[in-house]
Design a binder for this molecule. Sequence first.
Ligand code: ATP
Ligand code: MG
Length: 650
Amino acid sequence: MDKEAILALLEETREFPPSAEFTAQANLNGPEMVRRGNEDPDGFWADIANELQWFHKWNRVLEWNPPDAKWFVGGKINLSVNCVDRHLAGARRNKAAIIWEGEPGEERVLTYWDLHREVNKFANVMKALGIGKGDRVTLYMPMIPELPIAMLACARIGAPHSVVFGGFSAEALRERINDCAAKLLITADGGYRRGNIVPLKKACDEAMTGCPTIEKMVVVRRVGEAAGITMHAGRDLWWHDLMKDADDYCEPEPMDSEDPLYILYTSGSTGKPKGILHTSAGYLVGVYATTKYIFDIKEQDVFWCTADIGWVTGHSYVVYGPLATGASVLMYEGAPDAPGRDRFWEIIEKYGVTVFYTAPTAIRSFMRWGDEHPAKHDLSSLRLLGTVGEPINPEAWIWYHHHIGGGRCPIVDTWWQTETGMILITPLPGLVATKPGSATLPFPSIEADVVDETGKSVPPGGGGYLIIRKPWPAMLRTIYGDHNRYVSTYWMRFPGVYFTGDGAKRDKDGYFWLLGRVDDVMNVAGHRVSTMEVESALVEHPAVAEAAVIGRSDEIKGQAIAAFVILRDDYPGGRPSADELKRYVTQKIGAICRPDDVLIAADLPKTRSGKIMRRLLRDIAEKRVMGDTTTLADPAVVAALKEKYGENEG
Ligand code: ATP
Ligand code: MG
């Protein structure tokens, strides 16, 4: 399908109802459950919780003393039991739990029974190292099976884990270890990324110069000799040595529903990362339910969420959610363009992936790389697609729908946050007609609203702040070590309701359209313009692959619009000028949205999870000293942009 056809489609058909075939087989395909969720949320969640395995059931579903929620009060549960042991009784015992593909091409399959053995052994290893309930364990690992194994082992013994994404620097790792005073660090000698070795163990050694609480470091041998690492006697231990003689059964710790499960630091798109704390029962019930109903998981599905486990998406939808449903989870270690730009499509074809979940930033890269890469592969096993992480521009949605989904797969555009733990706004794929660019409707029982400055609900058609009025099971309980920051960040802007920090508008059907961060809404000469709308207009230009828009302060207008644009590699019509792109935006969405600056760039500053760091673009455009850059993927990008922005001036 060419660009013109896509554009035509964008203007004509904006609604995609689920097909009758999909609806007929969907896990949630009638309005009763939605009604029950909204009318009797406690009953709704209790029904779902009853599908899981408990040592002791709860006395009360919810205790709500804003802003402190307790779910399944009085219950006792263990997440590793629910993600692993629960599946051993029946036919799932020898089913693939984790299907792993290394970047260099190795394969490894762990059945649920295998996973049980590994998790239990590693739980015993940690106990022997003196780790017990409540001790924090930091994981700094590549995307290898030992990472979910270690997480589940932590859950088994009640030691909260803190996974730090393997792309972070030694300094970022040190900061996160010290913030939660972790006792144990688990890493690997290295990992593979685009054919290079990521020197994880070396970064750990560097971090260790300032981490007094770490007693031991466990190292997985992933790379071998080529990693060139040194083991420090008395501190560093090889994973395989410890596992050799470990017993393969470890009694699971009966955890209180509200006992901590993990700490995870946010991506830092808007400021210094926050240590989000999630607890046990509510989190599990939330991710289990959303996986089952949003990804429509069936016994025979192969589910692939491409997020790194270092992000919340990986925690909830690579590990806990899909394993709790007993799905087969695909896990891939490396980059989408290594060795070739068709790597993802090759993997989908090879393993018959049925449900695929990725991010808009990745989809835009695929578009930029050209349609021929997915076209080379048989993607007919796919039946459902998802996206997460930022608003998806309609053009990317349509491309995803046609080139990956073959026009037949529903797309679930899922809105949620590290803080929410689970998806909160999303289509139910068998029930809700989708509109490209809209996350559609709240999950049953979730009371989302759009409000104005004063907290008053904005009627359909209008925009404002996205808030959630009632607690939900997988909600964060605090910011680790800083409950005041928890209260002030999320619960003070509008007293007693959860403030997401995102802007949204609702259309006449009540559908939610996410507009990006609240501080991404510009005020241009008295008009409120969303950065997202200008970005969407820019990427509709056939030569544009990606665009990031920010408001920079301007003496006359209040804010001026600055756009950073990346062009497509394969566009035959030549490179448009900055002026042409400005005119294009004017024509698409009006003169008020015309960018004042357009900078054609080679790359954009992104977090390691692929989100554009608009606050750094603002720093560049306003020629300020850069804010916190520890979560930036590639510092060279910022330096290049700074230089180019200077050149472009005047
Ligand atoms: P920080 O809070 O440290 O600035 P972050 O908000 O980027 O970092 P995450 O919790 O990983 O960290 O991201 C959540 C945010 O991602 C949401 O608040 C929202 O802005 C954006 N987001 C996620 N999914 C969607 C979606 N489907 N549509 C629109 N925006 C989304
Ligand atoms: Mg955030």
